[in-house]
Design a protein around this ligand. Structure first.
Ligand SMILES: Nc1ncnc2c1ncn2[C@@H]1O[C@H](COP(=O)(O)OP(=O)(O)OP(=O)(O)O)[C@@H](O)[C@H]1O
Ligand SMILES: [Mg+2]
Length: 247
C-alpha cells in the first residue's frame, strides 16, 4: 500500500447489518489533496463507508487507513486523535439546534483545544466569513435557510483546520443555484486549504462539478474509479446507466 500517495485507504471492507450485506469487499484509495467523489444510488453504503472512516461504525472485516495508520478497531482514545484530522459535513447538516451558529462552529474547538475564548471567536468569525456568513454568530439554526445551514455546517467542519473533509450529500435537497454555491465552496476549500476530500452523493451534477476523480459505487463495492473523462468512457454497464441519469 502506498501511504505516501494515498492519504486514505479502504481495503476489503465487509459490513453487514443483521445479516444484510451492505459493504461487500470495498476497496478505495484517496490521494493526498484530491477531491474524490463517490457516486452511488441511495442505500448503496456511502454513509456507512464514511462512518467506518470516522470510527463511528466498525467493519466486520477489512481495514481503513488514514496517513498509514489503521483506524479500524482503534481504541476510542486514539480514534479521538484521528478524528481531529477529519472534518465531517453530515447528511442533513446536523447543526445543534439549541446552539447559536457561532457556538456550533466553536463547538469542537471549545471541547478539544486549549485556545482562549478570544482566539476561538476569531477563528469562528474567519470561518463564517469563508462560507459567506460573516456576522451570523448570533443566529439560531432555525433562522437559516437550507443552504445557509450547509454553509454553517461547513464552517463548523473546518473550524479545527482538518486535513480531511468528508461531505455526505452536501447538495441534496437544495435548489440548483444554492447547490452551485455549495459546490463552489467545496472547490474553494480544496484550493485554499489543500485538504483531502471525499464527497459522497447521488447527484451527478454536483459530483461532476467538484471531482478530481470519481468512484462509482454499487451494492457495497466500487465498480469503477477514474477522472471524469475515464468515467464517461467506462465500459461498465452500470456506470454508463448511472451517469446517463434518469430517462
Ligand atoms: N446503523 C445501522 N443499522 C442497520 N442498518 C444500517 C445502519 N446504517 C446503515 N444501514 C443500512 O445500510 C444500507 C446502506 O446505508 P447508507 O446509509 O450507507 O446508504 P447511502 O448510500 O448513504 O444512501 P443515501 O444516498 O440514501 O444516503 C441501508 O440499507 C441502511 O438501511
Ligand atoms: Mg447516505
Amino acid at each position: 500500500m502506498n501511504h505516501d500517495l494515498y492519504k486514505i485507504i479502504f481495503r476489503d471492507i465487509y459490513k453487514s447489518f443483521e445479516g444484510k450485506k451492505v459493504l461487500c469487499g470495498l476497496n478505495l484509495d484517496i490521494k493526498r489533496g484530491e477531491t474524490l467523489v463517490v457516486l452511488g444510488r441511495s442505500g448503496c453504503g456511502k454513509s456507512v463507508t464514511l462512518k467506518i472512516l470516522l470510527g463511528l461504525l466498525y467493519p466486520d472485516s477489512g481495514q481503513a487507513y488514514v496517513d498509514g495508520q489503521e483506524v479500524t478497531n482503534l481504541p476510542e482514545k486514539k480514534m479521538v486523535q484521528v478524528r481531529k484530522k477529519i472534518g465531517m459535513l453530515f447528511q442533513g447538516s446536523a447543526l445543534f439546534d439549541s446552539m447559536t451558529v457561532g457556538d456550533n462552529v466553536a463547538f469542537a474547538l471549545a471541547e478539544h483545544s486549549n485556545k482562549s475564548k478570544h482566539e476561538i471567536a476569531e477563528i469562528v468569525s474567519r470561518n463564517l466569513e469563508f462560507v459567506d456568513l460573516a456576522g451570523s454568530e448570533h443566529l439560531m439554526p432555525s433562522e437559516l435557510s437550507g443552504g445557509m445551514k450547509k454553509r454553517a455546517a461547513l464552517a463548523r467542519a473546518m473550524a479545527y483546520q482538518p486535513e480531511i473533509l468528508l461531505y455526505d450529500e452536501p447538495t441534496t435537497g437544495l435548489d440548483p443555484i444554492t447547490a452551485t454555491t455549495i459546490n463552489a465552496l467545496i472547490r474553494k476549500t480544496q484550493n485554499e486549504y489543500g485538504v483531502t476530500s471525499i464527497v459522497v452523493t447521488h447527484e451527478l451534477d454536483s459530483g461532476f462539478s467538484v471531482a478530481d476523480r470519481i468512484a462509482v459505487m454499487d451494492r457495497g463495492q466500487i465498480l469503477e474509479i477514474g477522472t471524469i473523462d475515464e468515467i464517461r468512457k467506462s465500459a461498465n454497464e452500470f456506470v454508463q446507466t448511472f451517469i446517463a441519469g434518469p430517462k
